[in-house]
Design a protein around this ligand. Structure first.
Ligand code: OOG
Ligand code: MG
Length: 254
């Protein structure tokens, strides 16, 4: 049997010290349920250090992302206050192993949402939407992992930045997305790449988190990268613009 608490300590230390580790599945079998237990235990260690749970991230909700990492199931992870980066600010590259950035759509929850819900029910629980970016940083060597590994590693989540909030009563099913590095486009896409409509990611989030009581008012939910993730290099300025919603940006500092 895998020692879940030990694995949680290993992955938490890897994240805390930005040091890459081998995949768990290379040395012992691990199933998805055990992987989520490791995630929960490793995040408990962060909460014990004073971080607060402020939402969740959905992952692998687009084909581009599934293809990039070779895993084709929707996954989720936890967002803490310490992971939030200032819009227009900078991140410290030294705090990550091999960070990549993804264009995302963020939901701000108005009401609780848990279990099996319709798209209309999900939408009615949303206070606002915003352009966002997630910084992902697999703690595994070479950014390579199997499904249980990435789940145990909080689904690679390590930071996020949110732009201006907008009313959710607009059509956000197919909005154009451009990711620019130093003004040069590196990824283009559409919110439609997220499960056909980003609201489906929120429906999936409600189902996925039912076991921990569902999504709470005030929480942020990241819908998942709409394009492949882009590796970050020192000195870069990265900006994502979503049609009708505007830009969100971050710089990469030492
Ligand atoms: C897994 C996390 C995927 C997304 O938005 O699809 C993710 C990874 O690619 O390392 O955050
Ligand atoms: Mg993501």
């Amino acid at each position: 049997m895998t020692n879940l608490a030990k694995c949680a300590e290993i992955v938490d230390e890897a994240a805390r010290t930005a040091a890459a580790i081998p995949q768990f599945t290379e040395s012992a079998p691990l199933d998805v349920e055990e992987a989520y237990a490791i995630q929960a235990l490793s995040m408990e260690r962060r909460f014990a250090r004073g971080e607060r749970l402020i939402g969740v991230k959905m992952g692998l909700t687009s084909r581009a992302k599934m293809i990039q990492v070779g895993v084709d199931e929707v996954i989720w992870g936890r967002l803490t206050d310490a992971m939030r980066l200032e819009e227009g600010g900078s991140l410290s590259k030294a705090r990550y192993v091999h960070p990549r950035i993804e264009p995302e759509l963020a939901f701000l929850m108005k009401r609780e949402l848990s279990g099996e819900v319709s798209a209309a029910e999900a939408l009615s629980a949303v206070e606002a939407i915003a352009p966002a970016m997630e910084v992902i940083d697999s703690r595994y060597r070479d950014f390579k992992f199997a499904l249980p590994d990435v789940i145990a590693d909080n689904s690679s989540s390590s930071g996020f930045v949110v732009g201006n909030w907008a009313r959710p009563d607009q059509d956000f099913s197919n909005l154009g997305i451009v990711v620019e590095v130093d003004g040069r486009p590196v990824q283009i896409g559409s919110t439609a790449a997220i499960l056909g409509h980003p609201i489906r990611s929120l429906v999936a989030a409600a189902r996925a988190t039912a076991g921990i009581g569902g999504l709470k008012p005030g929480w942020i939910v990241l819908a998942g990268g709409a394009t492949a993730a882009h590796p970050l290099k020192l000195g870069q300025n990265v900006r994502t613009t979503i049609q009708n919603l505007g830009p969100v940006s971050i710089s990469v500092a030492e």
